[in-house]
Design a protein around this ligand. Structure first.
Ligand code: PLP
Length: 433
């Protein structure tokens, strides 16, 4: 299998090269040249997620150096479940819990898969691989957790000092060993600028191979398609109906994965993107004109994206607003609606949502009654509410129970250095001053 750039000005590459490069040299994103159609009857049950992952991903690695390792990689990456929990008696509504990994958000799937691949690709190389991650929250924690103590790889996490919540900061700074955490005196944009400058800096490139692990990497998208495949199959096998997904969306990586799974013949019905107040996608579908804009800060901060990178992968499949709008729909949910939904669903059914998942729950409530009644709806829960306890606890008026995976992280000592937002300071902090 080869992967082409969405901008078509770079040569197609194989699986390993697409993962190592992240972004194609022409600035585009890698997409598969074909859509394998797995034999659905042969795919294992959703309870055997690593086995589903192996069969689902194997065709993409065909012909690549990693082809023989897909089984070991998927067993390593998919070592926690993605349960579909029913929310009503007849199973018309359920929640897909993607927060049972080490940092309690769906990004653990992609980060762990990418780490399992890159560690193998880099084996035996003299130069270390240094992964730079600018993060405003969830990504940095998932990437740090996935690469922690992986040989030959170092991760540098840059986050804006004072602009992430105390709970998030703990997940970015509790690692040590091969993870360097840096609180940058600046904004998230300064962190991103520093990463870009580092990539252009000959001194930094000389000592280590630089890479990024952000959500445009193909190695983070493919594993996300696996839980849509497994879930839709289990709904199909049990009820003989397609599953429709409501996905809290920001940079669109999670929703592209769902589109890809449907492209590959999985029994997926409607796809609804639940956005926060960042309306770029909803406005595009309504007006037909794409107008990227600066992001707005909301309660669902991991979705604060005004110019979603993965839209390019969607338009590679559905080139204009009309065709994309026929393939999926999108709604925008305000902070007031997020707050009200968290309160209401806690009072009505004891269900505690994180602010991101609450956008999906609210989007579901907004569906026409006929559409609700005729579908098998799955709310995609992208994070555990305990990750956002500063927001959730005042709304529900009580403490959120912290799951074991997060409790462990909360108890580790926090270690980080503070740096001004300059390349010289970054170099000094990682020992290249
Ligand atoms: C990253 C993230 C999202 C948005 O996912 P995209 O793939 O960027 O659309 C939603 N919820 C949570 C909790 C996240 O961390």
């Amino acid at each position: 299998m080869r992967f082409s750039s969405t901008r078509a000005a770079a040569p197609p590459v194989g699986f390993s090269a697409a993962l190592v490069q992240g972004l194609a040299p022409d600035g585009g994103l890698y997409v598969p040249q074909q859509w394998p159609q797995p034999a659905l009857a042969l795919l294992p049950d959703a309870s055997k997620l690593p086995a589903v992952a192996e069969q689902f991903i194997a065709p993409f690695a065909q012909g690549d150096a990693l082809a023989g390792e897909v089984g070991a990689i998927t067993r390593e990456a998919f070592n926690f479940p993605a349960p579909l929990v029913p929310l009503d008696a007849d199973g018309r509504l359920g929640v897909l819990e993607l927060f049972h990994g080490p940092t309690a958000a769906f990004k653990d799937f992609g980060a762990r898969f990418l780490a399992a691949c890159l560690t193998r690709i880099r084996q035996g190389q003299a130069r270390p691989l240094r992964i730079l991650v600018a993060t405003s929250g969830d990504t940095g924690g998932a990437v740090a957790a996935a690469f922690h103590r992986q040989p030959g790889i170092e991760v540098v996490v840059l986050f804006p000092k004072g602009l992430v919540s105390p709970t998030q900061q703990q997940q970015l700074t509790c690692w040590g060993d091969n993870i360097v955490s840096l609180a940058v005196q600046g904004t998230f944009d300064d962190c991103q600028r520093l990463v870009k400058e580092a990539f252009l800096d000959p001194t930094m490139r000389a000592e280590a191979e630089l890479s990024s692990a952000n959500s445009i990497n193909l190695g983070r998208l493919l594993p996300q398609a696996v839980y849509y495949a497994a879930t839709s199959l289990s709904v199909w096998r049990r009820h003989g109906e397609k599953a429709s997904f409501i996905i809290p969306s920001g940079n669109l990586g999670n929703s592209v994965a769902c589109l890809w799974a449907r492209q590959m013949g999985l029994p997926i019905g409607d796809i609804v993107l639940a956005h926060n107040a960042n309306r770029t996608v909803t406005d595009y579908l309504e007006s037909g004109t794409l107008r990227p804009r600066p992001s707005i800060a909301t309660l669902a901060s991991a979705m604060d994206v005004g110019n979603p990178s993965n839209l390019e992968r969607m338009t590679a499949l559905f080139p204009d607003a009309a065709t994309l709008g026929a393939a999926l729909s999108a709604v925008s949910i305000s902070d007031a609606q997020i707050r009200a939904r968290i309160r209401t669903d806690f009072a009505a059914r004891g269900q505690v949502w994180c602010p991101h998942t609450a956008t999906a729950a609210e989007a579901y409530e907004g569906l026409a009654p006929q559409r609700k009644a005729s579908g098998r709806w799955v709310l995609v829960s992208t994070a555990h509410p305990a990750k956002f306890r500063e927001i959730v606890e005042p709304l529900i008026g009580q403490r959120v129970a912290v799951p074991e995976n997060l409790r462990r992280l909360f108890e580790l000592p926090s270690r980080f250095s503070q740096i001004p937002a300059t390349l010289a300071a970054l170099r000094a902090a990682i020992g290249q001053g």
